[in-house]
Ligand binder design. Structure first.
Ligand SMILES: Nc1ncnc2c1ncn2[C@@H]1O[C@H](COP(=O)(O)OP(=O)(O)OP(=O)(O)O)[C@@H](O)[C@H]1O
Ligand SMILES: [Mg+2]
Length: 267
């Protein structure tokens, strides 16, 4: 059950987009993958063809249910998604309070999924610190920290190393790696930040993803960048990052199956 947390000190850098496309990339190589959403924006599901009007999710049910696997939706092929779902203020606060004060809450809720043979879990988080990131970090095998190739991201780099995301070392298993997103060779500042990050982070920089219109269009059509634009720069970049993630976690890479259109049903 490799468990990957996708996080960032910064908002709008591509966490959700990368979580979804990493899930697609790992699933293409034959693994069963669950995309798990811990962000109240509830946007991860939109990458998997779940309709905007579909309010299903696990957070609203967390009080009465101790096994969240029953809220998993299938998204075609070997991809599954567990949406945050619509939740009232009261339900959200309860969820966060439990995450903070009951160390067994998360393990209980995810137990079936964590023990599902071979299932890779890729979890998306809101920007910055959160109760969910802190709780999940204790279980995670690997953290991917997404940064954008701009000065705002650069200024937040010390937050990661100074434990500002969880109050502790991010990951004590395989560690944490960075991904630089929206690198744009046409812009001087982007070239400079990319060069600086490459030099500063060395092997901890797992990959760089080009700024690519295909990503935005794939998002808009609720498809992976691999299905929407398989020959795009971003598809190539994300595929490479997925291979590196698989290498770090010791996940076997297969051939790369193309997915059918998502259908919704229970796990
Ligand atoms: N490589 C890329 N090239 C072009 N656009 C991109 C790229 N990656 C992400 N985007 C776009 O950037 C925007 C923000 O992406 P996304 O929602 O994934 O960020 P986020 O970090 O999850 O944001 P939030 O902090 O609000 O959760 C989206 O419109 C997405 O389509
Ligand atoms: Mg997001």
């Amino acid at each position: 059950m490799p468990l990957i947390c996708v996080c960032s000190p910064k908002g709008g850098v591509g966490k959700t987009t990368l979580t979804a496309n990493l899930a697609y990339a790992l699933a293409r190589s034959g693994s069963k993958v669950l995309a798990l959403d811990f962000d109240v924006q509830n946007a991860l599901r939109l990458h998997f063809g779940v309709p905007l009007s579909d309010e299903r999710g696990f957070v609203a049910k967390a009080a009465e249910s101790s096994d969240w696997s029953q809220f998993v939706l299938t998204a075609g092929g070997n991809i599954f998604v567990l949406p945050y779902g619509e939740a009232s203020e009261e339900q959200r606060l309860f969820f966060e309070e439990r995450l903070t004060n009951d160390e067994h809450f998360l393990i209980r809720g995810l137990n079936t999924l964590l023990n599902y043979p071979g299932l890779i879990i890729v979890a998306d988080f809101p920007p910055g610190p959160s109760a969910a990131l802190k709780a999940m970090s204790r279980l995670a095998d690997l953290h991917l920290v997404i940064m954008q190739a701009d000065t705002a991201s650069l200024s937040l780099l010390p937050h990661v190393e100074n434990h500002r995301l969880t109050g502790d070392v991010l990951n004590r298993k395989a560690g944490h790696y960075f991904v630089l997103n929206q690198s744009d060779n046409r812009r001087q500042v982007s070239r400079d930040v990319t060069a600086f990050m490459e030099q500063k982070l060395g092997n901890q920089l797992l990959g760089v993803i080009h700024r690519d219109e295909s990503v935005i269009e794939a998002n808009a059509s609720q498809q992976s960048v691999f299905d929407f634009s398989p020959a795009s720069a971003a598809a190539f970049d994300i595929e490479l990052i997925a291979k590196r993630v698989a290498g770090i976690l010791g996940v076997k890479i297969g051939d790369g199956t193309v997915h059918s259109k998502p259908k919704m049903s229970g796990f």
